[in-house]
Design a protein around this ligand. Structure first.
Ligand SMILES: Cc1ncc(C[n+]2csc(CCOP(=O)(O)OP(=O)(O)O)c2C)c(N)n1
Ligand SMILES: [Mg+2]
Length: 623
């Protein structure tokens, strides 16, 4: 057997550079590059291997220096999302805090089912110098380290105690990353001594490998059962989730819905499955859904869920659907079985094709199709009103989002994750391209936005990327602005300043908690609460200090001008705009289950509890 002598880290880099994915005949690199932050845990191991790759060209592995480990995992997750999960980034971090900083990013990737390869550094395998700087000492076991925190948030976890263990670990990691059912965060912990240790590797380990991203066809019996349910339906509704987008089933869905007159409602991850003005598009479903979609959900006699996890925002905490029979087309059996559905385990595109072939002349009742169109048109007039409120003195958030929607190009990307904007966006955004609406709402993680802008730009340099970020999220994690600047990558970042949590403030008020602790203000000595003046925080100056080009807008018209200037700019540009945190959102037509204290000394809480008890009556199990 012919071998090559390399360190474990050098071997890993060489291996990763030779992995590819293939789907529909399209082949691309699986691991497009590596993000990293070096410390003593990886600087001389993986750091040396990446340097050697860059200097000698023996492995092609681009390296990007991030500023925060959580942010680099967000960037990697966004890269995978924007790449329809056909490509991913690796992330190397030093031992201890560098590694545990990645745990939140790992959870985000796993919850959203996005492939990221995490390479936390770990304690000495030899244990010779124990405890190494930053080592957790556990009196119960010598093999425990802080990296065990990755286990519940990883779809594959391994610790490479000896160099040769890398071979099965690396192959298993690739299998999981490229499996549409299993994918998520994959964690290979690399003890710092093992990274630098040499081994004689079989050359076969480094051959070019192609991982097929499969498109499973439906089972014949499941398909028959699903067809029987749909053939009996007169008022069907399709719920399109992220699986439609990742599977590139949008064209198949468009044709299926049009031919059969079936209205299509969308989840966050499925937003943009249809162009917003497609005759069967009825907008978003659920807690932050359109009135059209929510009403149709209540009246539908059959629901065809495609590639959806049915999160509580989609189901309005199990209150949005009426007496429908569910057929769930999903590549994951876990999701296909939800709501006592007739399961149809298959790739979204393959499944739509099979349903289409099996349904013959079946179509929805024409009266239902027409009603869906009327409701959807009515909803669009609501959206138009929200875009043009003439709110004063500060603009309303919906006006800013509307102006941005009008300004972005057909194939541009808009990124968001947490706060009050996802709800407004879900209700009002008009997508023309399935990759436009990049809202991370599986983990809804504050701090995702700017880092994700970096990931999107790396994935799709041809598209303009617009990041929407609240002041709360910005203060948590604006760290990757200098990374964008260093790499010469241009992203437009819209900072929506409203001095605190518009989202949780409004939620708090609606639940009787009086907006307690949700505004960024001075503590008022008279009340003892944080309800004094707003703070002298200047995020525009902050962004400028990080190297961004900065524009400030105070009106909706000024914002549109700033966006036009930002589009024309050559470098990463922040557009700072202040909005009124109490400006109205779009009318809500569905509930969200957030429990209210059952006993309370406060009138506001008691009133909210009564309303809560009432709302909960609509909640059901869909048995
Ligand atoms: C990391 C993280 N911490 C806490 C939360 C809970 N949370 C959701 S929205 C929000 C406030 C967001 O504030 P900001 O970014 O200013 O957006 P706004 O609500 O003002 O639109 C908080 C604290 C979260 N989603 N993520
Ligand atoms: Mg805010």
């Amino acid at each position: 057997m012919s071998t090559v002598r390399l360190t474990t880290a050098q071997a890993l880099v060489r291996f990763l550079a030779n992995q590819h994915t293939e789907r529909d005949g399209e082949r691309r690199r699986l691991i497009a590059g590596t993000f990293g932050i070096f410390g003593h845990g990886n600087v001389a191991g993986l750091g040396q291997a990446l340097l050697q790759a860059a200097r000698t060209g023996e492995a092609d592995m681009p390296y990007l220096l991030a500023r925060n480990e959580q942010a680099m995992v967000h960037a990697a997750a966004a890269y995978a999302k924007a790449s329809d999960r056909l490509a991913a980034y690796a992330c190397t971090a030093s031992i201890g805090p560098g590694s545990t900083n990645m745990v939140t990013g790992a959870a985000l990737a796993t919850v959203n089912r996005l492939p990221v390869l995490l390479l936390p550094s770990d304690v000495f395998a030899t244990r010779a110098p124990d405890p190494v700087l930053q080592q957790l000492e556990d009196p119960r076991g010598g093999d425990v380290s802080v990296n065990d925190a990755f286990r519940p948030v990883s779809k594959y976890f391994d610790r490479v105690w000896r160099p040769e263990q890398l071979i099965p670990a690396a192959l298993a990691a690739m299998r999981v990353l490229t499996d549409p059912v299993e994918t998520g965060a994959v964690t290979l912990c690399l003890p710092q001594d093992v990274q630098a240790e040499a081994h004689d590797w079989p050359v076969g380990f480094f051959r070019e490998r192609v991982w097929t991203v499969r498109r499973p066809e439906p089972d014949a019996a499941e398909l028959e059962a699903a067809l029987a349910v749909l053939r009996g339906a007169e008022r069907p509704l399709i719920v399109a989730g992220g699986g439609v987008v990742y599977s590139r089933a949008t064209e198949a869905l468009r044709a299926f819905a049009a031919a059969r007159g079936v209205p299509v409602a969308e989840t966050h991850a499925g937003r943009g499955s249809l162009q917003w003005d497609h005759p069967q598009a009825v907008g978003a479903l659920g807690s932050t859904g359109s009135r059209a979609a929510n009403r149709l959900a209540a009246e539908a006699d059959a629901v065809l869920g495609i590639g959806t996890r049915y999160t509580d925002f989609t189901t309005a905490s199990h209150t949005v659907f009426g007496d429908a029979a569910f057929v769930n087309l999903n590549v994951a059996a876990l999701d296909a079985a939800k709501h006592s559905a007739t399961s149809l385990v298959a790739d979204a595109r393959a499944g739509i094709g099979a349903l289409d072939r099996g349904l013959g002349e079946w179509r929805a009742d024409p009266a239902w199709t027409a009603r869906a169109r009327t409701l959807a048109d009515e909803w669009q007039t609501v959206v138009d009103e929200a875009k043009h409120l003439g709110y004063a003195p500060l603009p309303a958030q919906t006006e800013i989002l509307g102006a941005l929607n009008d300004a972005v190009g057909e194939h541009d990307i808009v990124v968001n994750a947490a706060g009050s904007m996802p709800g407004d966006l879900q209700m009002m955004w008009r997508s023309r391209d399935p990759k436009q609406y990049h809202v991370e709402y599986g983990y809804s993680c504050m701090g995702y936005e700017i880092a994700a802008g970096l990931g999107c730009k790396l994935a799709d340099p041809e598209r303009d990327v617009f990041v929407l970020v609240g002041d709360g999220s910005y203060l948590m994690l604006a760290s990757e602005i200098p990374t964008l600047v260093a790499e010469g990558l241009k992203v437009v970042i819209v900072v929506v300043q409203n001095h605190g949590f518009a989202s949780i403030g409004a939620l708090s008020e609606s639940l009787g908690s009086q907006r307690f602790g949700t505004a960024y203000r001075y503590r008022d000595p008279a009340t003892g609460l944080l309800d004094g003046d707003v703070l002298p925080v200047d995020l525009a100056a902050n962004a400028a200090s990080l190297g961004a080009n900065v524009l400030t807008a105070t009106t909706v018209a000024g914002f549109a001008e700033a966006i036009a200037a930002a589009k024309a700019a050559a470098t990463t540009t922040v557009v700072h705009v202040e909005t009124d945190p109490r400006s109205p959102g779009l009318p809500q037509s569905a509930w969200w289950d957030v429990p209210v204290s059952e006993v309370s000394a406060l009138d506001s809480t008691r009133a909210a509890r009564a309303a809560y008890t009432d709302s909960r009556r609509a909640q059901r199990h869909y048995l």
